[in-house]
Design a protein around this ligand. Structure first.
Ligand code: AMP
Length: 434
């Protein structure tokens, strides 16, 4: 199946070609025809599957085809609501890319910054609005945004929005949407409260479920180090020094922990930055921008801040802490191995985190390969509870170095990785400290 066979407008096909997309991902192949027919859609899928293009492309197609009938100032005809600033910005960027030859305009609004620029962008007229719930409701209450002309409404990452406490905002937003519209609802998981919410927005809908094994980011190699809490910073410094040319995303369970990691790395002359909810929007955007451009090699993030981070060539994810919610692990390791690329995810596990590791392994239905040795062992805290089962070392040349360098040191600590093709749809995060 090609994008051309889906019958998309020429300017969109040209933009997809410019993006280097040759074939639709499974969710795109299934969702785009449904949306082109004008039906509502319930999509059970996580970030990393190509979900943004699955909903963005048909919306651009419809708006483009009816563009000429719209005289005068542009009106908001499509609304996309998503939980975090980072995701909102990313969706806006994707729409700009996919729609760059259509003449359609989008803008992104989110909280944590002054509203002036966002209001000006809205007043200049946009076709598509991407928003986080709080700021959207705020501008709606001020009478700056109205939903009169909305033809397409998308609720993205619905389970995450509920976890973040946006349920009342979402219900208020849904209540203001015009009844005649096409609605799209995306969630990684479908617990009862999400099903109920989906009923409030969807009319006659079709469902598309992207099963874990269909996810595009499926080739993540994993490994776990048993290491004491005290020795984690040393092991991190060691691994980062071995891979100084790679882009590495380090996960911390807490905001405070993320700041501490950045300090420890600075003491070892490793430049890094933290992104989490306590950082200003400007600081977050700067850190993320530098990381995406390759100017900053190490980014330390909490789960919610990192949600949806889309960085090409992210070689390695390190779980400095194991998450206490197993689904979060699957979501974290999915930050590497995006679309068709492969990646590596290494985790640090101290004594207290062993139950978390067992839960994760139950969820992913496989053992996370044990990294057989490291030099920072100083007590039984670092010892695996059962003897490690070292795998046959992988040949260095088999192990893909995405920066193109063959780092000689790399094999010592990273040659016993296994493969995980087991993905999980669920990426809810119940950690409060983000
Ligand atoms: P998403 O799930 O929307 O966050 O997309 C995950 C990643 O896949 C992003 O980096 C997209 O640019 C990329 N992507 C989406 N659709 C395609 C496609 N058809 N071919 C190649 N890459 C894609």
């Amino acid at each position: 199946m090609t994008f051309k066979e889906l019958g998309l407008a020429e300017p969109i096909l040209d933009a997809l070609e410019a993006q280097g997309y040759t074939n639709p991902t499974p969710i795109q192949e299934q969702a785009i025809p449904i949306l082109l027919k004008g039906k509502d859609l319930l999509g059970v899928a996580q970030t990393g599957t190509g979900k943004t293009a699955a909903f963005g492309i048909p919306i651009l197609h419809h708006l483009y085809n009816s563009k000429n009938q719209q005289a005068g100032k542009k009106k908001v005809r499509a609304l996309i609501v998503t939980p975090t600033r980072e995701l909102a910005i990313q969706i806006g960027d994707s729409l700009t890319n996919y729609g760059k030859y259509t003449g359609l305009r989008n803008t992104v609004i989110f909280g944590g910054v002054k509203q002036g620029k966002q209001v000006n962008a809205l007043r200049n007229g946009v076709d598509i609005l991407v928003a986080t719930p709080g700021r959207l409701l705020d501008l709606m209450n001020q009478g700056i945004i109205n939903f009169r002309d909305i033809e397409f409404a998308v609720l993205d990452e619905a389970d995450q929005m509920l976890d973040m406490g946006f349920i009342h905002d979402i219900k208020k937003i849904i209540a203001k949407l015009p009844p005649k519209r096409q609605s799209l609802f995306f969630s990684a998981t479908m617990p009862k409260d999400i099903v109920e919410l989906s009923r409030k927005i969807l009319g006659d809908f079709e469902r598309v479920t992207i099963k874990p094994e269909q996810a595009t980011a499926e080739k993540v190699e994993q490994g776990v180090y048993f290491v004491s809490k005290k020795n984690k910073p040393k092991l991190l410094v060691h691994l980062l020094q071995e891979r100084s040319s790679d882009s590495v995303l380090v996960f911390s369970r807490t905001k405070h922990g993320a700041n501490k990691i950045v300090k420890k790395l600075a003491q070892a002359d490793i430049r890094s930055a933290a992104i989490h909810g306590n950082k200003s929007q400007t600081a977050r955007q700067k850190a993320l921008g530098d990381f995406k451009d390759g100017k900053l090699k190490v980014l330390v993030a909490t789960d919610i801040a990192a949600r949806g981070i889309d960085v090409e060539d992210l070689a390695l994810v390190i779980n400095f802490d194991l998450p206490n919610v197993s689904e979060t692990y699957v979501h974290r390791i999915g930050r590497t191995g995006r679309a068709s690329a492969s990646g590596i995810a290494l985790s640090f596990c101290d004594k207290e985190e062993r139950p978390y590791l067992r839960d994760i392994e139950k969820l992913i239905k496989q053992e996370v390969p044990r990294m057989p040795e490291h030099q920072f062992i100083d007590g039984d805290d670092d010892e695996p509870e059962t003897a490690p089962q070292p795998r046959r070392p992988r040949n260095q040349s088999q192990s893909r170095n995405r920066s193109g360098n063959q780092n000689q040191n790399r094999s010592r600590n990273s040659n016993s990785r296994g493969r995980n093709t087991n993905r999980n749809n669920s990426n809810r995060n119940r950690n409060a400290d983000n």
